[in-house]
Design a protein around this ligand. Structure first.
Ligand SMILES: Nc1ncnc2c1ncn2[C@@H]1O[C@H](COP(=O)(O)OP(=O)(O)O)[C@@H](O)[C@H]1O
Ligand SMILES: [Mg+2]
Length: 809
């Protein structure tokens, strides 16, 4: 025993060789101390290093060292057990000699055991102070055969291969393995060296038949080899990736060095610096600032050629271009607002009043984010231009988007950044264009979105327009909350019917009707003509319109509720004039004299008349009645043509009519058949049985549905069977029941404007609609006579010449 400087005692067998030889060759002692192994298996003919820490084990080793140095190593079935008893241990283990022992200062020891042979434990003699068992030898069974030899060689070869590839196996094993021909010794050596699960190791130890043991071993080795090869394949892939990355890195560093030599600034760094400045200037809210910082530092670390680089840069550019904290100061002077609205728009008194009230409320309480305004009316009546005026009056920016036909939520809310080519949605894009966070923001065609799509874009719109939640509007692309609560939203629509209910609930609706011809004339003179002069470079050229010229355009070249086409035709006239003037100049003719455009000149310039008053032409024949319809683009006149031909009593209805309108044709016919005798006493009683009737409603483009053509249908059929025409300047609207009652209908204002445009003088309409007619400003119904009825007979009396003379009303 000697002691080194660290206080570590080393005990060695005085003559290890001798001790081992004694242990191996001497007779096996009847009983030996048993040292349990926790997670290892010792094989005969191998050296096993062990750490010994438990008190009973230390005692055991101490005693053994004092005597024959022999002990039994047996593996515990459960590696977690601290002090396994006899029943916890496998029955088969090895006998060994302690060849070397080192005592560590912490009281534990390391021993090296030379195992000699396999034994079976017969029974335990005692368990205190350590386990002692009676044992019996369990030698290998070997029957030499060519097969065994082949197995031996196979195992040798496979293991050599494995040694080359496994770092934990020492190279010297190679030599050992090739030198050992004895199958028993070889299998023990290899089994001891392999890192396989303890249970498998124990199985190998328990296998007495050497042939079988080698076979099992060769299986295990084959498996091991496969795992190693797979592992190295993965490894080499990883390495080549790393090499590529490194290569790129070096090239890039070289590039930087070259650029530096050439005095060129590092592109990335320059860009990053610029973006950083812009981020600071943008005064982002906290969350956006964090996102910007994060993205910027990612950008810094990327090569500009990386796809990711462009994506991040685009994102950052969006971020800095948004008006996070830029806003305009409102001009809340109501008198000024009035001036602006008046300067931009003719009349519209009620509408202007409501707008001013709305602005007044906002100016009294700037924090109130009242309802969203919604302008509803036919095209060209000034919805958009009112929005512009409001912005001008308040001193705000103006932005306009159209959501008509939008089917996809992403158009409003953007695509997530993981999409290739992703962009923010239309809301955020418009705000960027506005350049301030409190613009007047017009959302056009909000009724078309609801009609085209079910749910999704309108739910995004709901979030945008809801003052309760739009201060944290989240665009998918930005993925940051943006405060929309300072935005003044105005929606526009042609029809209320197709606006989704929840959206409508949040809006204050302001209706705009179409214009009469007189109003159009005024608007043209005061607004459209001056604007078109300027736009066509004719201001100061001394060109003006005579009133009859404008009237001619209104009546003969446009048929619309608003003034959009009127403005376009005025522009047309000016463009043609401008061209003539320019051509004259080019041919060095003298400057054209100042000119006033007459109706004749306007017709010359615009060419063939485009709109005809169809009323007179069509209603010369019996069976044709003029109805009035409401459509989203304004009121329309519509003709109901009834004809009869020999047949068998069938009714044909054409003109692409909706279901409700077809039913009302049926109802009208039923009433007319029931009253045929009164309508025409000379009509043969079998007339209906011998004729087919055809009801047609021409003018294909107008959507035709609803019950309001009932009166017109009944009148057309009555006119047909009594063979008396309907007076051409009379139009009618109203629903008819089977009993001949006339029920009220909607859209009276637009309908009466359409009647005026079509040159109608008299309108027959339901009694119960009288109130609505009286609400229309007088000048807008000037020149129209209204006949109120509540029975079909009254309508017929008013419409059909000579009807009243023949029947009671
Ligand atoms: N009452 C009005 N006074 C002056 N100009 C008008 C009036 N109504 C419409 N306009 C003009 O008619 C054109 C079409 O109007 P716009 O606002 O685009 O209609 P909408 O948005 O309702 O379809 C615009 O040039 C507008 O200025
Ligand atoms: Mg518009």
């Amino acid at each position: 025993m000697n002691e080194n400087g660290d206080g570590i005692q080393v005990v060695e067998a005085d003559d290890i060789e001798e001790a081992i030889r004694a242990g191996v060759s001497g007779p096996l002692p009847a009983a030996l101390p048993v040292l349990p192994l926790k997670d290892a298996v010792a094989y005969p003919d191998t050296l096993t290093p062990l750490a010994v820490g438990q008190e009973r084990s230390i005692k055991l080793v101490d005693h053994a060292l004092g005597g024959e140095r022999m002990l039994v190593l047996v593996t515990s079935r459960d590696p977690e057990l601290d002090e396994p008893g006899p029943e916890d241990l496998h029955e088969i283990g090895v006998v060994g000699v302690v060849a070397r022992m080192i005592k560590i200062p912490d009281g534990t020891m390391r021993i090296l055991v030379q195992a000699t042979e396999r034994v079976r434990i017969a029974d335990y003699v005692t368990e205190k102070p350590y386990l002692v068992a009676r044992i019996e030898a369990l030698p290998d069974e070997v029957s030499p055969s060519p097969e065994l030899e082949a197995l031996t060689r196979n195992v040798q070869r496979t293991f050599s291969e494995i040694i080359e590839q496994i770092p934990y196996l020492p190279e010297e094993l190679q030599l050992a393995v090739t030198n050992i021909d004895d199958p028993s010794a070889l299998s023990n050596l290899i089994a001891g060296a392999l890192r396989i699960p303890t249970a498998e190791k124990q199985e190998l130890l328990e296998e007495v038949d050497v042939g079988r043991r080698l076979r099992r071993l060769s299986e295990l080795l084959a498996r091991e080899l496969e795992v190693i090869q797979l592992g190295s394949q993965i490894q080499s892939q990883v390495e080549s990736e790393m090499e590529k990355g490194q290569r790129e890195y070096y090239l890039r560093e070289q590039l930087k060095a070259i650029q530096h030599e050439l005095g060129e600034e590092d592109e990335t760094q320059a860009e990053v610096n610029e973006l950083r400045e812009r981020i600071t200037a943008a005064e982002l809210p906290e969350e956006a600032q964090k996102a910007a910082d994060r993205e910027l530092s990612r950008l810094e670390r990327l090569p500009p050629a990386a796809a990711e680089y462009g994506v991040i840069r685009t994102y950052l550019e969006w971020l800095v271009e948004l008006p996070w904290s830029k806003e305009t100061t409102d001009d809340l002077d109501i008198a000024h607002a009035r001036e602006v609205l008046d300067a931009d728009h003719y009349d519209l008194e009620q509408v202007k009043d409501r707008i001013l009230e709305y602005l007044a409320v906002r100016s009294l309480n700037p924090d109130s984010h009242g309802p969203i305004l919604c302008f509803v009316g036919p095209p060209g009546v000034g919805k958009t231009s009112l929005g512009r005026s409001i912005a001008r009056a308040l001193g705000r920016e103006f932005e306009r988007i159209s959501v008509g036909g939008v089917r996809d939520e992403a158009e409003i809310r953007g695509h997530r950044r993981t999409y290739i080519g992703a962009m923010p949605g239309t809301i955020i894009r418009a705000l960027r264009d506005a350049g301030s966070r409190n613009p007047v923001f017009m959302i056009d065609e909000i009724d078309k979105m609801g009609a085209d799509f079910r749910g999704d874009p309108s739910s995004a719109m709901l979030e945008v327009l809801d003052p309760a939640q739009n201060d944290g509007f989240r665009d998918h692309y930005l993925d940051l909350p943006f405060d929309l609560s300072e935005v003044l939203f105005i929606a526009t629509a042609n029809s209320l019917e197709t606006i989704p209910g929840p959206l409508l609930d949040r809006m204050e609706v302001i209706q705009l009707a179409g214009y009469t011809a007189d109003e159009k004339l005024h608007i043209a003179k005061r607004y459209l003509v001056p604007r078109q002069l300027a736009e066509n470079g004719l201001r100061g050229a001394g060109v003006r319109f005579a009133d009859p010229a404008l009237r001619a355009i209104i009546d003969e070249y446009t048929r619309e509720a608003g003034v959009r086409n009127l403005e376009r035709e005025i522009g047309n006239v000016f463009r043609k004039l401008a061209r003539q003037i320019a051509e004259n100049k080019a041919s060095r003719k003298r400057r054209p004299p100042k000119q006033t455009i007459s109706a004749k000149r306007a017709r010359e310039l615009l060419g063939r008349r485009r709109v005809f008053s169809e009323t007179r032409r069509r209603t010369k024949d019996a069976g044709v009645a003029t109805g009035l319809a409401w459509t989203p683009v304004g009121g329309e006149v519509l003709f109901v043509e009834a004809t009869a031909m020999p047949g068998s009593g069938r009714l044909t209805i054409t003109g692409q009519l909706g279901e409700v309108m077809r039913e009302s044709a049926q109802a009208a016919l039923s009433w007319v058949r029931g009253h045929a005798a009164e309508l025409n006493p000379e009509l043969p009683s079998d007339w209906f049985a011998e004729h087919d009737l055809h009801v047609h409603v021409p003018a294909g483009a107008v959507p035709k549905d609803g019950p309001s053509a009932g009166v017109a249908m009944a009148t057309a059929l009555s006119s047909l069977i009594s063979d008396r025409p309907i007076s051409p300047e009379t139009a009618m609207t109203g629903e008819v029941t089977l009993t001949g009652q006339v029920l009220p209908v909607g859209g009276l204002k637009e309908k009466s404007l359409a009647a005026l445009r079509a040159g109608i003088k008299r309108v027959i309409l339901p009694d119960r609609n009288q109130g609505e007619i009286l609400e229309i400003p007088e000048h807008e119904r000037d020149g129209l006579e209204f006949v109120y009825v509540d029975r079909v007979e009254q309508a017929l009396a008013a419409a059909i010449d000579g009807y009243a003379s023949r029947s009671r009303v």
